[in-house]
Design a protein around this ligand. Structure first.
Ligand code: HEC
Length: 140
């Protein structure tokens, strides 16, 4: 079940190429090459000194909307990628829900930045900052 759900998500995201690859014998993991893994998402998105969350927050504050847009796009791509990974532990249903929430938060950050709406951006960034512990407890 778990595998299937993940495969289906991947297939939908990557389109026809993925379907063709997956239907061939072996080599299925090749198509995952570009998918950032959870650690990369966590490091670049949330942890590094120049992590996306912190950068976006500062850029919104400084009204550097173009830079904020660049980082919000990267964060949003991570939002879309997270759920295509498999966590080290926890059940699939919970992972799916938490990843959907994370994706909708990263999407909200991007939408707010594109509208130059600082209040909405801070709200969405705050939602992400408040979501770390819950997901780690279940899946890290
Ligand atoms: C939707 C789930 C989810 C959310 C939300 C989440 N994380 Fe994580 N995080 C994980 C999982 C799963 C791991 C374990 C990855 C592994 O060990 O492969 C992890 C690992 C990490 C790590 C360790 C990375 C490493 O190199 O081992 C850091 C740091 C981290 N998260 C920071 C954060 C911070 C900060 C936030 C909130 C701003 C956050 N995470 C939000 C799921 C999440």
């Amino acid at each position: 079940m778990a595998r299937k759900t993940i495969r289906r998500g991947l297939t939908a995201a990557l389109g026809v190429a993925a379907v063709l690859t997956a239907s061939g014998a072996g080599g299925q993991d090749k198509k995952d090459e570009k998918l950032p893994d959870i650690k990369e998402i966590m490091q670049k998105g949330h942890k590094a000194t120049d992590n996306y969350l912190a950068q976006i927050k500062a850029e919104v504050k400084g009204e550097k909307w173009e830079d904020a847009g660049t980082h919000a796009k990267l964060l949003n791509a991570f939002g879309e990628a997270l759920g295509k990974n498999k966590p080290p532990k926890g059940d699939d249903k919970s992972w799916k829900e938490l990843c959907e929430k994370y994706a909708s938060n990263t999407k909200a950050v991007l939408a707010a930045v594109e509208k130059k709406d600082a209040a909405a951006a801070n709200k969405a960034l705050g939602a992400i900052s408040g979501s770390c512990g819950g997901c780690h407890k279940a899946h890290k």
